[in-house]
Design a protein around this ligand. Structure first.
Ligand code: SIN
Length: 310
């Protein structure tokens, strides 16, 4: 029997309102409880697959860190070696969901569907979006069409690639977009429909063992009048890499250029990104790398992975 493994990490999808207030506690539901509202719908597919839930952690995703990424990565690597496992769904808080998806995209070597999903409303809200997102994420994970497409994010009936997806709305249930590429598919009548042929990005995959440690890589965002002081502080603090999220297509004040040159001269890798979501950031200096279309947060993960083992 095909198995879909559900790994839960917390977030609003597992959130429960506190009393009658709008406030809620993220990550309050157990892995099993998160499945309760969709059990009946899943029963329609019981001859096709079963869903096995496991809790990895139970956090508000603002607190995600490299230690949890490592735990998730090692758990998934073990799970995908089981040939009965067809796919994995990870429930996650929406605030850092795109970062975790990107980390897994660059570290997992598998053709099995790995799908992340979350919710903007807690489970106890009127018209909570979590059950529908979870159900659709499971359908995508169980589909052969989702194989070999890299790590995917299913939110609000859209399927996005981990490379480009971004949280673009602070409150709305339509909170995720892929600003450059658009969604790679949607779900229609319980079936994923992909807009293009398999398009797994050919990029390096960083393979780790359990002794992974990552180096400190801060993001510094450009602002009018930036003196470059924050770049110099990061070097002093021992950063081996810095992502500078510049203006527009990746520009920065002359004062910052001096500080970034100083970083490069001191073997600190500099990657130029942009705080503008759409388009491509280019480093205009050959000593700096370009983040291209990656958000500053994703550029930071890539630089951290590149520095791993150096
Ligand atoms: C979180 O990211 O854990 C809280 C917010 C959310 O899931 O929407």
């Amino acid at each position: 029997m095909k198995k879909i493994i559900l790994l839960t990490t917390g977030g609003t999808i597992a959130g429960v309102n506190i009393g009658k207030s709008e406030k809620y506690e993220a990550g309050a539901l157990s892995a099993d409880e998160i499945l309760t509202p969709i059990k009946e719908r899943l029963a329609e597919f019981e001859s096709d697959f079963t869903v096995e839930p496991y809790e990895v952690c139970s956090i508000d995703s603002k607190n995600i860190n490299e230690t949890i990424w490592k735990k998730l990565y090692l758990a998934i690597n073990k799970i995908i070696s089981d040939e009965d496992v067809e796919g994995i769904v990870i429930t996650h808080g929406t605030d850092t969901l795109a970062e975790t998806a990107f980390f897994l995209e660059y570290t997992l070597k598998t053709d099995k569907p790995i799908i992340l999903t979350g919710a903007m409303r807690p489970s106890t809200a009127l018209s909570a979006d979590g059950p529908d997102n979870l159900f659709r994420a499971i359908l995508v994970a169980s589909s052969p069409l989702a194989k070999n497409r890299g790590v995917l994010v299913v939110m609000n009936n859209e399927i996005h690639s981990a490379i480009d997806v971004m949280k673009t709305h602070k409150n709305n249930v339509a909170a995720f977009k892929s600003p450059n590429m658009g969604p790679v598919g949607i779900i229609v009548n319980d079936n994923p429909v992909f807009f293009g042929a398999v398009a797994k990005f050919k990029h390096k995959i960083y393979i780790f063992n359990e002794n992974i440690t990552f180096t400190y890589v801060p993001i510094i965002t450009a602002f009018a009048g930036d003196s470059g002081e924050l770049v110099l502080s990061a070097i002093k603090r021992g950063a081996k890499g810095i992502v500078y999220a510049g203006f527009g297509a990746g520009t920065y004040p002359d004062t910052v250029k001096k500080a970034l040159d100083f970083a490069a001269q001191n073997n600190v890798k500099v990657m130029i990104a942009s705080s503008v979501p759409e388009g491509v950031a280019e480093a205009r200096d050959e000593n700096f790398a370009s983040a291209g279309l990656l958000s500053p947060q994703k550029a930071r993960i890539l630089l951290m992975l590149e520095l791993y083992g150096e």
